[in-house]
Ligand binder design. Structure first.
Ligand code: AHR
Length: 498
């Protein structure tokens, strides 16, 4: 068998990797916001203005560019006025979607903005189209962004923020084919137009309005929703983005799976590529100038409920397999730099494919966090076309025998520095990969650093008692001239200096 080979075409830029492709999503769901982000100012857990210090520091380290809030399904039953003003007077509301938990509304607009400020990321607000009103969403924009002397701007000032928040990203509903109102695409398009008409730019903040895309879990539904939505939208142009969601789901459970199930899930993660291609192709029919950007504003694994946890709270462990899902998916995003404007993994803390898990005052970083860390130098870089000659792996899913490539890769350059990230999905075989840098007039990986996230146990994960079972280790010796040795089941990042 010929040696696996990765060719980086240094003279074939694909476009800038928007930092926003490394975005996050946090919802009022289980312990994501309450306990995961917000503990309140009187908490014994170290906090800044009620926000967990350890989570803020962890997210700062991976340079989170943008944070989507307050949902998810929760967004279409969230009334933003419940979350402003003196906390002791805020209403206690029932979270309809996620276990009928009582929301104290202690974490509202101002707390979210402060969180974003501390993390150093941009806010992305998902508005309520399902159970809200046009006036409510239009008022939220004014409250956040108007600098003049209106009553809503005064109210914002009285609540502690005289200066506007200047929020650019606004979702006009969420999953409106389902939890966001059960609309058909035509009815949603009509509602979208009505809402977007009244969502206005104030001052220098030009809104980026995001429409809900299809249920990507059902292939036959993608094209239908997106085409019918754009058809009905016609020439209406207050739309800047369309947001697809794609969860690769699970195979087995979060921490118990066979080798076949390992591959089954990783293969499904790889289908993100089809989701992006399919959506972009339909959008190109209606918007050939690409004025409207494509987002994937929810993605990740979704495992069965963890034993002993509230199934409505979507808490799950995160293993080496989730790390591979993240590595494969982020490689796809980088390679689609020209097709995507934002992507947000679900969800930041304690829910689904989280970055961090918390338990009281303890915090553990997940393998997925480490992948975001390893890949962070791709943010803002220029994606370079990369071709991968990979051995295949063969596995059985259900009654079917399938194959998938063992390797995926993406590369980018920034300020003369090169980042190359590679996943090896092969559960047992290490790989010796030839790296070929073409068209760069003598560029090399000579002084490169190599970091590897790997483990011989496919189900390895970090726990509160053993938080460092999986963490990247530096292994520059893995690269000799142009040959890179990759362990089995690994995510690797190589960085050459500028
Ligand atoms: O992330 C969990 C849920 O998944 C979100 O609330 C919803 O938008 C999606 O179905």
């Amino acid at each position: 068998m010929p040696r696996p080979k990765i060719t980086i075409h240094l003279d074939e830029p694909l476009g800038q990797i928007a930092p926003e492709l490394y975005g996050q999503f946090c919802e009022h769901l289980g312990a994501c916001v309450d306990q995961g982000i917000w503990v309140g100012c009187d908490s014994k857990i170290a906090n800044i203005d009620g926000l967990r210090r350890d989570v803020i520091e962890a997210l700062r380290r991976i340079r989170v560019p943008v944070m989507r809030w307050p949902g998810g399904c929760f967004a279409d039953d969230y009334h933003w006025m419940d979350g402003v003003g003196p906390r002791e007077r805020r209403p206690r509301t029932v979270n309809l979607w996620w276990g009928h938990t009582i929301e104290t509304n202690g974490f509202g607009t101002h707390e979210f903005m402060r969180f974003c400020e501390l993390v150093g990321c941009k806010p992305y607000l998902a508005g309520n189209l399902g159970s809200g009103t046009v006036r409510e969403m239009r008022d939220w924009v004014e409250y956040c962004n108007f600098a003049g002397d209106s009553s809503l701007a005064r109210l914002r000032g009285a609540n502690g923020s005289p200066y506007p928040f200047n929020v650019k990203y606004w979702g006009v509903g969420n999953e409106n084919w389902g939890c966001g109102g059960n609309f058909c695409p035509e009815d949603y398009a009509a509602e979208y137009k009505r809402y977007a008409t009244y969502l206005r730019d104030f001052g220098g903040t030009e809104l980026f309005l995001i429409a809900c895309g299809p249920d990507s879990g059902r292939a036959e539904y993608h094209a239908d929703w997106t085409r019918r939505f754009f058809k009905k939208l016609g020439s209406f142009n207050r739309i800047h983005g369309l947001a697809a969601h794609y969860y690769c789901g699970t195979a087995g459970t979060a921490t118990e799976y066979s080798t076949s199930q390992w591959y089954e899930l990783l293969e499904r993660a790889g289908r993100m590529d089809d989701v992006i291609r399919a959506h972009r192709a339909i959008m190109d029919e209606f918007d050939p100038q690409r004025r409207i950007g494509l987002l994937v504003d929810e993605w990740g694994t979704w495992h069965p409920p963890a034993p002993g946890r509230n199934p409505a709270h979507l808490w799950q462990q995160n293993t080496l397999r989730d790390a591979l899902v993240a590595g494969i998916t982020l490689n796809i995003f980088n390679n689609h730099a020209a097709d995507l404007v934002m992507c947000n993994i679900a969800q930041t803390v304690n829910v689904l494919q989280a970055m961090c898990l918390t338990d009281g005052d303890r915090l553990v970083l997940t393998p997925t966090y480490h992948v975001f860390d390893l890949y962070q130098s791709h943010q803002g870089g220029t994606a370079l076309r990369t071709t991968v000659e990979s051995p295949g792996v063969s596995f059985v899913a259900g009654d079917e025998r399938r194959t998938m490539p063992a390797l995926t890769a993406s590369a980018s350059s920034r300020g003369g520095a090169l980042t190359l990230s590679i996943t090896n999905a092969d559960a047992t075989l290490p790989q010796e990969v030839e790296l070929d840098l073409r068209g760069g007039g003598g560029s090399s990986l000579g002084e490169a650093t190599v970091h590897v996230l790997a483990h011989e146990d496919l189900t390895a994960h970090n726990t509160f008692d053993e938080p460092d079972v999986l963490r990247p280790r530096r292994d520059d010796a893995a690269l000799t001239k142009n040959v890179l040795r990759l362990p089995a089941a690994a995510v690797t990042a190589i960085r050459s200096p500028a």
